[in-house]
Structure formats: structure tokens, C-alpha cells
Design a protein around this ligand. Structure first.
Ligand code: AMP
Ligand code: MG
Length: 334
């Protein structure tokens, strides 16, 4: 008989439908996912993505249980991404989680998706009290823990870094999500093309940069590789500059890079340099846990549940808009 406690985590905020089984002491037993791919040149269509999630959900759930070598009745709690994200996508994950919770009569735990990215990055890197640079499709912010919450010291004023790279990639004819191919393209770039870098206080702003690079793409006077290279340089420099200011201000001794864009080697190298200059230890979330996945929800669900967080099915309505600094974090001190 299995005596260990398991959390089943379900992620469904945007393009990824992920299911993971994690033990209460933090072992990730399985982390299965399927990613909705829009047609070339198109972004995520919320209803199409939700349809993908609804279709794939039973298969991914079965695979996650099989890989973890447990049965549904062994699950102790079920956690789901309550937000923020695309409404139709969030609802598919929430519906599955509610069904499992009520069928097995086990606790249902709501998880904030971005807190999930941060907690999984901390679990897998063993950072303790980091300044976190969270860069993904849905978030671009620099946060540190203080007074019971993750506080936002800097963020994007408009689009996220992932969104900037994906939107540019779409215009440039690269597949979505485009971050990885823009990175490869940028490595072939040689000539720096002047593009606008915008920092406001400790915030970055990327929408003007996106317009400028798309205009240059359409003018056809520059090589795409040079534009990809210049775009990365300008976007990452802006973020690194704000991260450095915040690192100097907060005097944190750890800098942690998390979220899907964290796998970018150029961004890693810029932030590593900054951490070194401020005598801070530099951590990057492992590639397999950088993008959206069930494990971020399962692990954060365990932290939340073991500190008294639970939600009734009636109240488990999804939150497409939900700031991470609104979420009380009872499991961290500081
Ligand atoms: P997430 O929302 O955490 O799943 O992250 C997805 C985002 O990460 C998308 O915008 C991707 O384009 C981006 N991304 C993934 N790999 C890379 C990479 N190597 N360089 C830049 N961005 C990336
Ligand atoms: Mg994400």
C-alpha cells in the first residue's frame, strides 16, 4: 500500500496543458504536457487552445499517473492554475481539477501561475531568498519576497518579453512560440541595428521596440539575423539594467532567472555578469522546468495546502487577471 502523499497539479493558463505528480517532500514523479501550436504566422487563439486542452486532458492525465506509478485513488490533493491566463484555457484545467477533487473527495488547491514558476525555480535550484527575474509569455517582472508577499520592484509597462519575441517571430515568419528560433537567428547576427531602448523608473517598456523592429523588417534593408540579434540585445539590456538597479537597492545575495525565456543563453550571460558584479550567486531554472508545466502547480499546491490554503468547488472560479503581488504567501518568512 502506498503511504506517501501526492499532489496532482494541472496547468492550463495558455498554450500548455500539463499534468504532474509531486510528492509532499518535493520529488517530481511525472510532468507530462501537450502544447497547442497555432498555424504559422498566428498567435494563440484562446478557444482553439482550450479545445486542444479539453481533447488532450484525459491522455495527459493518464500518462502522468502512469509515469508516477500511482493510481487516481492515491492522489491526496489536486492543485490547478486559477490564473492569470486565458479564460477558456483556465476553465478546462479548473473543470478537470474540480471533477477529480469531488470524485475522490480530496482538497482542491488554487495556485497563481507566476508564483508556481517562482516556487518551482526555487525548488529545483535550491535558492533561498533570491531576487527573481521572471520572464515568460505572461510575465516580465523583477520580484523579491517581503512582508508576506512577492513584491514587484520592476515590471513591463506593456507587453511581456516572451510576447515581444513571439510577436516579432510571427512577423518574421518563424514558428510560434518564437523565442527559441529568435535565439538561434540572433546568434547568426553580426551588425547591430539601432532600436529604441525604453526604461521608465525601474520598469521596461517593449511595445515601441516591437513596432520599430517590425517596421525595419518590412523595410527590407536589414538581414533578419541582424534584426533578431539587435532586438535581443536591446530587450535584454533594458531588463538587465532594471534588474541591476533593483539588485543594488535590495542588496539580495541571490539572483534567480525563471520562466520560459530563462533558457535564453544571451539573457543568462547578461544577468550572470550583473550578479557577479554585485557579489550575488546566480541561478537559472533548469530548462525542463522553465516553461509552463504541471510541476509548478503541483509543488506550489503542496506549499499552499500545508499552510492552510484550500478552496471550495463553489468558490473555485478562475481569475484571468490576477497580480502576483496580491497573493498572500503563508509558507515563506520575511
Ligand atoms: P512560458 O510562458 O513560461 O511557458 O514561456 C514561454 C515563452 O518563453 C514564449 O514566449 C517563448 O517564446 C519563450 N522562450 C522559450 N524559449 C526561449 C528562448 N530560448 N529564448 C527566448 N525566449 C524563449
Ligand atoms: Mg508561464
Amino acid at each position: 500500500m502506498k503511504t506517501e502523499k501526492y499532489c496532482l497539479g494541472i496547468e492550463s493558463t495558455a498554450h500548455t496543458y500539463g499534468v504532474s505528480v509531486v510528492t509532499f517532500d518535493g520529488k517530481i514523479l511525472s510532468d507530462e504536457k501537450s502544447i497547442y501550436k497555432p498555424p504559422l504566422g498566428k498567435g494563440i487563439h484562446p478557444r482553439e487552445s482550450a479545445q486542444h486542452h479539453a481533447t488532450i486532458a484525459p491522455t495527459i492525465l493518464r500518462e502522468a499517473l502512469k509515469k508516477a506509478n500511482i493510481q487516481a485513488k492515491d492522489i491526496s490533493i489536486v492543485a490547478f492554475s486559477q490564473g492569470p491566463g486565458l479564460g477558456p484555457c483556465l476553465r478546462t484545467g479548473a473543470t478537470t481539477a474540480r471533477t477529480i477533487a469531488s470524485y475522490l473527495n480530496i482538497p482542491l488547491i488554487p495556485v497563481h501561475h507566476a508564483i508556481g514558476h517562482i516556487e518551482l525555480a526555487i525548488l529545483t535550484t535550491k535558492a533561498k531568498d533570491p531576487l527573481v527575474v521572471l520572464v515568460s509569455g505572461g510575465h516580465t517582472c523583477v520580484v523579491a519576497f517581503a512582508g508576506g508577499r512577492w513584491r514587484v520592484f520592476g515590471e513591463t509597462e506593456d507587453i511581456t518579453l516572451g510576447n515581444l519575441l513571439d510577436s516579432y517571430g510571427r512577423e518574421a515568419g518563424l514558428p510560434t512560440p518564437s523565442g527559441p528560433t529568435v535565439e538561434v537567428d540572433a546568434e547568426k547576427g553580426k551588425k547591430f541595428v539601432d532600436l529604441p531602448l525604453t526604461i521608465k523608473g525601474n520598469n521596461v517598456s517593449y511595445s515601441g521596440l516591437l513596432t520599430a523592429v517590425i517596421n525595419k523588417l518590412k523595410e527590407g534593408k536589414w538581414r533578419r539575423e541582424d534584426l533578431s540579434y539587435s532586438l535581443q540585445e536591446v530587450a535584454f539590456t533594458a531588463l538587465a539594467e532594471t534588474a541591476e538597479r533593483i539588485l543594488a537597492f535590495t542588496e539580495k545575495k541571490e539572483l534567480l532567472l525563471a520562466g520560459g525565456v530563462a533558457t535564453n543563453r544571451r539573457l543568462q550571460s547578461m544577468l550572470k555578469t550583473i550578479a557577479k558584479e554585485h557579489n550575488a550567486k546566480f541561478y537559472v531554472v533548469p530548462k525542463e522546468y522553465s516553461g509552463d508545466c504541471g510541476a509548478q502547480i503541483a509543488w506550489t499546491g503542496i506549499l499552499a495546502y500545508t499552510h492552510g490554503v484550500e478552496i471550495s468547488i463553489e468558490k473555485s472560479i478562475v481569475k484571468p487577471r490576477w497580480r502576483l503581488d496580491r497573493v498572500p504567501i503563508p509558507w515563506r518568512k520575511g
